[in-house]
Ligand binder design. Structure first.
Ligand code: GLU
Length: 445
């Protein structure tokens, strides 16, 4: 996150502003082509044209001023630092289930500062609780800040940290845990926690928002209410993701952690289950459970295996891609590959000898499909059968990114002592609903 006070500015424009000691939110005057413009310096999108300054004029309109050689900037006055005033915390009712909201970052924990347009990671779980007082009528909420990161910055160490934090809370006998998370990689984290925290005695609910909580179109509040209600009351102990089912606010889907993907960059209904249906819906204050193969709340089969080893690699095959990349990656220490192949699970035939060499020296190579729906079947065409003979393991209907996370989890927990055969066996064993030997066509939701 930008800490220079000049979010979105770069190059000579940033240098010009820095020379004048100007920060976002300051009142400035810009002189360009003999014209004077006065206003508040606004934040800009990082990817927008770097040669512009954005000002909010006193009439409320924003303008972009092109920065050419003769442009001059003067600071009129320093901006007042925007401050978020948290409303008072609602009263806690002692007979409700206990839910801990653990914040890790993302849009759900950020807000747009309207005066300047900057997005700030300003809300911790305490703030969220104060902003959404309905939560206090659902559960006895406690909050914890674990991280404050955009989810694209999440590493395996964060997964380990999250798994250990949830494990600690489970051992403290909480009734449910909610993790607020950036949506970009929430599917990966959901898979990671599904493997790390198997058959948990309470629900572990990941929740995010596509629009920050201070925008009128925000999905943060409804998603959070559904997440807390699920954590407090659901009859299952599963790792799930709570996000809008569709555009309107009335239904929130609860997706199984190993089946969920973000399929839209910005829409509120970005998350979908693939090769599986959501396991429950939260609607009008009620949780409607659909799936019948769920680990019941309170079950005593809980296992925590929170380690991950990042030396696994996901490769998306494309026409004309050379197989040499596999050797290069193996040489720098990659211990296993998940390939996103074409259709039923194919790559070009010139990959076969390279893959054979790798599997013979104990490197795992698994096959998934870049078709999101369906399963791989490598027995249909000779190209698939050649790959099978070269040692490729078909990963049925597992999502490619879930297979990658699972491989990292296997390497982390069993890697040093596991032989290739053990890794294969574990990859094909259903640990958390990630793999099924039979998939209904086009099932999703
Ligand atoms: N890219 C950020 C993240 O995933 C913001 C997007 C979001 O939270 O939805 O954390």
């Amino acid at each position: 996150m930008d800490t220079s006070g000049l979010q979105g500015y770069s190059g000579t424009t940033k240098e010009l502003l820095e020379r004048e000691n100007v920060r976002i939110g300051d009142e400035i005057e810009v002189i360009s082509n003999g014209k004077r413009y006065r206003g508040i310096l606004m934040a800009r999108y990082e990817l927008s044209d770097p040669n512009y300054i954005t000002l909010k004029l006193h009439n409320g309109y924003n303008i972009g001023i092109r920065v050419t050689k003769g442009v001059r900037v003067f600071k009129i006055s320093a901006g007042v630092k925007p401050a978020f005033v948290r409303p008072p915390k609602p009263q806690i009712l002692s007979d409700l289930p206990s839910v801990i909201i653990v914040s890790t970052g993302g849009t759900i924990a950020s807000r747009v500062e309207y005066r300047t347009g900057a997005v700030r990671p300003a809300l911790n779980a305490d703030d969220l609780l104060a902003i959404v007082p309905e939560l206090a009528g659902i559960a006895r909420i406690d909050t914890e800040i674990l991280y404050n990161v955009w989810s694209e910055n999440i590493q395996v160490q964060h997964w380990i940290g999250m798994a250990e934090a949830v494990d600690r809370l489970i051992r403290k006998n909480v009734d449910g845990v909610v993790l607020t998370h950036g949506t970009d990689t929430m599917g990966y984290t959901a898979a990671a926690l599904s493997f790390a925290l198997q058959k948990p005695p309470v629900p572990v609910v990941l929740v995010g928002a596509q629009r920050s909580s201070d925008r009128p179109s925000s999905d943060a509040t409804t998603n959070l209410i559904a997440a807390v209600a699920t954590a407090a009351k659901a009859p299952f102990g599963e790792v799930v993701v709570a996000m809008h089912k569709w555009h309107s606010d009335d239904v929130i889907a609860l997706h199984r952690g190993t089946r969920v993907v973000k399929l839209h960059t910005s829409s509120r209904d970005a998350f979908h289950s693939v090769n599986s249906r959501p396991i429950a819906y939260y609607q009008h204050g009620e949780l409607r459970v659909i799936a019948d193969d769920l680990n019941p709340r309170g079950s005593n089969e809980y296992i925590c295996k929170p380690k991950f080893d990042a030396r696994a690699f996901l490769i998306k095959f494309f026409p004309s891609m050379k197989p040499d990349i596999l050797n290069i990656l193996a040489d720098i220490g990659i211990k296993g590959f998940v390939i996103e192949g074409t259709g039923l699970g194919h790559v070009s035939s010139n990959w076969v000898p390279v893959i054979k060499e790798l599997t013979e020296i104990g490197v795992f190579v698994g096959m998934t499909s870049q078709c999101k729906f369906g399963r791989v079947n490598m027995n249909v065409y000779d190209s698939g059968r050649d790959l099978l003979r070269a040692g490729v393991v078909p990963l049925d209907d597992m999502l490619a990114e879930v297979a990658l996370v699972k491989l990292m989890w296997i390497l982390g927990n069993f890697g040093d002592r596991a032989e290739l055969e053990d890794i294969k066996e574990l990859m094909l064993m259903n640990v958390a609903g990630e793999i099924r030997s039979r998939t209904l066509p086009n099932v999703g939701g």
